[in-house]
Design a protein around this ligand. Structure first.
Ligand SMILES: [Fe+2]
Length: 361
C-alpha cells in the first residue's frame, strides 16, 4: 500500500482554501493530523494557520508610536456610552488584575473609544469581553482595530492566517506545537510577553475566540508585570532598574526549525531594560522573558546571571496573588496590555477539541 502524502489527506475544506488563495505553504502536516484525529471542520477556515516560510517579514525596526491611551479621556465617555453599558457590566477577575465586561459590543467603538479601551487595558492589564460580534466582522475590521494600537507585526516563526492580505494576523490553533512540546516538556506553562525580540515589542493586543474546546480548557493565564515589580523590595527595585537583558528570536527559531516550521528571518539580538516604564501611566513593570527570548542579563557574571534570572522567573511563575486566568467562550475578545501583563497558554484540553483564536498585535 502506498502511503498517502499529507496533501492527499488534507482536510478538503483546507485544500480548497489553499487553492483559492494560492497559499504556497499550508500547514499540511497539521491539517492532515486534523483529519487523522477526526477534528470537525473549522468554523472559520479562512483563519486557519498557514506556515508559509517566506522571508523577512515584519521586522519593522523602530517606528514612531503615539500611545493611544495617552489620548484617552480618563472619564471614558465613548466606552461608557456604548449601548448596553452600565456599571454592572464590569466584574473584576481579581482585585489586582483583569476585568470581565458583558453587554457591550467592541465593534461599535469609535477611534476615541479605542483610545479609551487602550487606557482601560493598561489600568486593568487584561479585559475579557463576552459575546462579541467582532469575530464575524472580517479581516479589514481586525486590521482597523489592530492598527489603531500600533503597526501590525508579522511573526518570524509562528503560524499566520491563511486568507490573503492577512499575513500580519496570527492564527492560534489547538494542535499547533502542542504535541511536539509534550515530547520534551512536562508542562506547557510559559510566562512571557509577545515578541520581545523586536526593538519595539507589541503594546495593546487582542485575542478573538473563533472556536473553543467543547470540553473546556485552554484558558489563558495572565500575571501582572507591574505588581511583579511593585512587590520587590526597594533595594531589589533599584538593582533591577539598572539591568538590561539580551533578547532574540533564537529560542523560538530553533524550536520552530526542530519541527520543520518556518524561520522567516535570522535571529537578531536586541537589548531591553529589565524594567520598563509605561508611556501612559509611568508605572514600572518587570520585562523578563526567559522562556521565549531573554538570553542573558548584561554585565552579570555567569553565576549571577543564573541566580538573578532564576529569581525573576520564579517570582513571575509563583506569584498567584497577582495572577488570573481567562476562560474562553466563542466570540469572546480579550484585550491586554503587553507592558502590564505576562501571559501563558494552557494545554489541558482533549485531543480532537479545536481551539482556534486570532491574535491581533
Ligand atoms: Fe503569547
Amino acid at each position: 500500500m502506498i502511503a498517502k502524502t499529507p496533501v492527499e489527506i488534507l482536510d478538503p475544506e483546507v485544500a480548497a482554501l489553499a487553492a483559492k488563495y494560492d497559499v504556497y505553504e499550508v500547514h499540511k502536516a497539521l491539517a492532515a493530523r486534523d483529519v487523522a484525529n477526526a477534528y470537525p471542520l473549522a468554523k472559520y477556515p479562512e483563519y486557519l494557520p498557514s506556515t508559509e516560510h517566506g522571508s523577512n517579514p515584519g521586522y519593522h525596526g523602530e517606528f514612531d508610536h503615539i500611545e493611544p491611551g495617552t489620548r484617552a479621556d480618563p472619564a471614558m465617555p465613548n466606552l461608557k456610552g456604548l449601548p448596553g453599558y452600565t456599571e454592572d457590566c464590569i466584574r473584576y477577575i481579581t482585585p489586582r488584575l483583569g476585568s470581565i465586561i458583558k453587554g457591550v459590543q467592541l465593534s461599535k467603538l469609535t477611534a476615541a473609544g479605542l483610545d479609551e479601551l487602550a487606557l482601560l487595558a493598561t489600568q486593568r492589564g487584561v479585559l475579557a469581553f463576552h459575546d462579541q460580534d467582532l469575530k464575524d466582522q472580517g479581516i479589514e475590521k481586525f486590521k482597523e482595530f489592530g492598527n489603531h494600537f500600533g503597526p501590525l507585526h508579522r511573526h518570524p516563526t509562528q503560524s499566520l492566517v491563511m486568507a490573503p492580505r492577512t499575513r500580519r494576523l496570527r492564527s492560534v490553533t489547538s494542535h499547533e506545537r502542542k504535541e511536539a512540546h509534550s515530547l520534551t516538556e512536562c508542562r506547557y506553562v510559559q510566562w512571557h510577553t509577545d515578541q520581545c525580540h523586536e526593538p519595539q515589542p507589541p503594546a495593546v493586543s487582542m485575542l478573538v475566540a473563533l472556536e473553543v474546546p467543547a470540553t473546556g480548557g485552554g484558558d489563558t493565564l495572565f500575571c501582572s508585570a507591574t505588581r511583579a515589580y511593585d512587590t520587590l523590595s526597594p533595594a531589589m527595585q533599584k538593582f533591577v532598574c539598572t539591568l538590561w537583558s539580551e533578547n532574540s528570536s533564537k529560542l523560538i527559531s530553533d524550536s520552530s526549525a526542530k519541527i520543520g516550521g518556518p524561520v522567516r528571518r535570522a535571529p537578531v539580538p536586541i537589548a531591553h531594560p529589565v524594567v520598563r516604564v509605561h508611556p501612559t501611566t509611568g508605572q514600572r513593570s518587570l520585562f523578563h522573558n526567559p522562556h521565549f527570548s531573554t538570553d542573558r542579563i548584561h554585565n552579570l557574571k555567569e553565576q549571577e546571571n543564573i541566580a538573578i534570572g532564576n529569581f525573576l522567573r520564579n517570582h513571575i511563575e509563583n506569584s498567584q496573588d497577582f495572577q488570573c486566568r481567562v476562560r474562553w467562550a466563542e466570540g469572546a475578545v480579550v484585550v491586554y496590555d503587553q507592558r502590564v501583563v505576562f501571559h501563558s497558554a494552557t494545554h489541558d484540553y482533549e485531543p480532537g477539541d479545536r481551539r482556534h483564536l486570532l491574535r491581533i498585535t
